[in-house]
Ligand binder design. Structure first.
Ligand code: NAD
Length: 242
């Protein structure tokens, strides 16, 4: 895709942006005129990608409350604004109920759920003061239905869907939109171990998606084209759910 202006003048933070869907979003947002900051725990990959596509990288564990405050202060201090937050960072947990350890539960909830809470809370004052902003929380089809054998992950992704709706109601009067995105089976490092042949039988389109196919939806929600969309669930899953 060539250069465009769909995000001209906007400053965007994409968590977990070093690879996968976050990286695809960072590339697309940059092409569409945004100043993009990616953050991740993968420092080397993040710095390399930032150099390649012309965005910025910050080392950032989304489960750290203190680091969230530093990251937002850094971006607003240097750029004077923060228009878009994509809460994309996430980790997988495939264990069944009786096999889910407390340690695994705590970490998945800390990253996938509490990280999204910290993120929304950290950027909301700046966006409310500006009277505009878009927060996109990456949930999953596992935030819409209960897949077999991923207890903690599903809990975290349902929570993201619910928190999105509460935040949307609270922030909409200030001009800040909040939506959740629910990807199905996407070809990233997260799914390399999946039994894909078996899983694809549940996808009417019969294939997994490229990360850019999610990024195109996230771009729409980040842009002013989505000016009347808030508090909603946007599914991108080749027809899997429903
Ligand atoms: N791949 C899929 O099929 C699929 C389906 C539905 C939802 N999702 C969700 O999409 C999002 C992106 O995943 P992906 O498919 O690109 O996988 P991915 O593993 O390639 O990307 C996830 C990124 O998040 C980063 N990350 C992990 N823990 C972090 C932390 N504590 N702080 C900051 N960054 C952290 C990782 O380093 C990685 O760069 C995740 O929230 C995931 O749960 C993925």
């Amino acid at each position: 895709m060539g250069s465009g202006e769909r995000l001209a003048g906007k400053v965007a933070l994409i968590t977990g942006g070093a690879r996968g869907q976050g990286a695809a979003e960072a590339k697309l947002f940059t092409e569409q005129g945004a100043t993009v900051v990616i953050s991740d725990v993968l420092t080397e990959a993040g710095e390399r990608l930032a150099g390649e596509i012309g965005c910025e990288f910050l080392e950032h564990d989304v489960a750290s409350e203190d680091r969230w405050a530093e990251v937002v202060a850094d971006i607003t201090g240097r750029h004077g604004r923060l228009d878009v937050l994509v809460n994309n960072a996430g980790i997988l947990g495939g264990a069944k109920l009786i096999n889910t350890s407390s340690e695994a539960w705590d970490r998945i909830i800390a990253v996938n759920q509490t990280g999204v809470f910290y993120g929304m809370r950290a950027v909301a004052p700046t966006m409310m003061e500006a009277g505009a902003g878009s927060i996109i929380n990456i949930s999953s089809v596992a935030g819409l239905e209960g897949p077999f054998g991923s207890m903690a992950y599903t809990a975290s992704k349902f929570a993201v869907r619910g928190m999105t709706k509460v935040a949307a109601k609270e922030l909409s009067p200030s001009g800040v939109r909040v939506n959740s995105v629910h990807p199905g089976l996407i070809d990233t490092a997260m799914t390399t171990e999946f039994p894909k042949e078996q899983m694809l039988r549940t996808v009417p389109m019969g294939r997994e998606a490229e990360p850019v196919e999610v990024a195109n939806l996230v771009l729409f929600l980040a842009s002013d084209e989505a000016s009347y969309c808030t508090g909603q669930e946007f599914v991108v899953d080749g027809g899997m759910h429903g």
